[in-house]
Design a protein around this ligand. Structure first.
Ligand code: PNW
Length: 495
């Protein structure tokens, strides 16, 4: 923009301002396009992320694909659950969702316009094995073949998740889903088959998305519910926990056995993030102890091959039944660890008791985004990877999800000015930058989500996307946050 044009523009705005403040609003997020200059005035003070940092976006199969009856796909527990009256807040389901199954080329172009280097998506188990086990559906992987080719043609690196909660219904009916040891075994067979077919193009595989979320919220007694929506006793719940991590370990082994050499594999876990309430050496140590204990049934056993004493003491007679061999499988060596980080689950201080830490209660008006669990605490994106690297010496970390739910409202022209999402992202990324600047080995970041999608029991009404989706027309429109993220990626820094 030339200086005279700028002046004219300003004069126009000033004149319009007399007519009302709304005239001062930008008309289109495109006005927030990257500027030509390489440097921001403040760039000297803000060093960027490491060279080659892998910026990406994330989605999952059931939340975006639709086409639930196409090409031989079997039913999943989420089809059943979403069609059960009263389960989904806005009575929606994901039969069509974002129709990504047919619009994936357009969606890859959205990624391309953002400038992302990588994309995390999930493969629907019931497309590949409609009954969970047995003969694979001959058309089951065709869609993912097409998607992979499209991504690679656009220089976007695919990161595939094998289980993002869409368990084949048949396995739930046959033996209670993850209550049975047969489910982790079936999962490993499916994992091996996918690895054998796709690792010519997929070099990074995540086994299970958030064991802790789908187990605790799907099988435990919680106010937030996920499919299959059971409320099991502690004893049965502990067994489900064990089978979930066993499924992860068996899948790691199956991928190693069937995938091409060089395929990298790891979990994408919803780490319980513990943040020192005040950063003193004692509280920092307490937060490390708390991180290890409060991830006892998930990351800790995956990375250490044992349940902690406190975990077993707490479970008592309800502890899971397992063998020494199980623990070896669960802790099969991984190449990286992915963590989903939205909130600090706990602020921690040191304590002189046997635990060595105490949890600080959250005040009633603590700030939330538009989900009752999504507490705002940007430091989580520093402490989660920092503690993961410190406690377990993890050398390759991905932030597999981070993002914000907002009750977005488009203006008269259909544009969403989501300053609240930008506020959230800017602050969280500032803390991620603190981590990488200190040498915490975070290699990439997948923003949840590329576009609005089916937000589980919140349905279609709660939005996490960088793109607004009109579910009637399937039109995708970039929000202001898409311009923000494009600029972050282009500059490899917080903007
Ligand atoms: C994750 N909680 O889910 C999932 O991996 C995504 O599929 C989901 O859309 C995204 O986060 C946003 O919700 C979570 O209650 C669901 O703490 C619930 C919780 C955490 C993560």
């Amino acid at each position: 923009m030339s200086p005279s044009h700028t002046r004219r523009h300003f004069a126009k705005l000033a004149a319009q301002a007399a007519l009302g403040i709304s005239a001062l609003l930008i008309e289109n997020p495109a006005q927030a396009r990257p500027t030509k200059s390489k440097r921001l005035p403040s760039s000297k003070a803000s060093p960027g992320f490491p060279k080659g940092f892998l910026w990406g976006t994330a989605t999952s199969a059931y939340q975006i694909e639709g086409a639930v009856k196409e090409d031989g796909r079997g039913q999943s527990i989420w089809d059943t659950y979403a069609h059960t009256p009263g389960k989904i807040k806005d009575n929606s389901n994901a039969d069509r969702a974002n129709d990504h199954y047919h619009r994936y080329k357009e969606d890859v172009q959205l990624m391309k316009a953002l400038g992302v280097k990588s994309y995390r998506f999930s493969i629907a188990w019931p497309r590949v094995f409609p009954q969970g086990t047995g003969t694979p559906n001959p058309k089951g992987l065709d869609f993912y073949d097409r998607l992979l080719d499209e991504l690679l043609a656009n220089s976007i690196e695919p990161f595939a998740t094998l289980y993002h909660w869409d368990l084949p219904q048949e396995l739930q009916d046959r033996h209670g889903g993850w209550e049975s040891r047969d489910t982790p075994k079936a999962f490993a067979d499916y994992a091996g088959y996918v690895a054998q077919r796709l690792t010519d193009r997929v070099k990074h595989i995540f086994t299970i998305n958030e064991c802790s979320a789908f187990v605790e919220l799907g099988y435990g007694n919680n106010s937030i519910e996920l499919a299959p929506g059971l409320k099991l006793s502690q004893r049965r719940l502990n067994q489900v926990r064990h089978h979930a991590v066993l499924g992860h370990g068996l899948a790691v082994q199956a991928i190693r056995a069937s995938g091409r050499a060089g395929t990298k594999v790891g979990p994408a876990e919803n780490i319980t993030t513990c943040v020192p309430a005040i950063e003193t050496p004692e509280n920092i140590r307490a937060a490390e102890i708390a991180t290890r204990e409060l991830n006892g049934g998930y990351l800790t056993v995956m990375l250490e091959g044992k349940y902690t004493d406190a975990f077993l003491a707490y479970a008592g007679a309800d502890a899971p039944k397992y063998t020494a061999e199980d623990l070896k499988v669960i802790s099969a060596p991984v190449d990286f660890v992915g963590i989903n980080v939205y909130s600090p689950q706990h602020y921690v201080v040191s304590a002189d008791d046997t635990h060595g830490f105490a949890l600080v209660p959250f005040p009633p008006s603590y700030p939330l985004m538009n989900s009752n669990w999504l507490k705002v605490g940007p430091e989580a994106l520093y402490w989660a990877p920092r503690n993961l690297a410190k406690i377990w010496n993890v050398k390759e970390i991905y932030i597999t999800e981070n993002g914000a739910s907002i009750a977005d409202v488009p203006d008269a022209k259909g544009i969403v000015y989501d300053l609240d999402r930008i506020m959230y992202l800017r602050n969280y990324l500032t803390h991620l930058l603190r981590a990488t600047s200190e040498g915490v080995p975070v290699r990439g970041y997948f923003l949840w989500s590329l576009m609005d999608n089916f937000e589980w029991s919140d349905g279609l009404a709660n939005r996490f996307g960088l793109h607004w989706v009109d579910y009637d027309t399937q039109r995708r429109t970039p929000k202001l946050s898409a311009s923000f993220y494009r600029e972050v990626i282009a500059r490899n820094s917080v903007v």
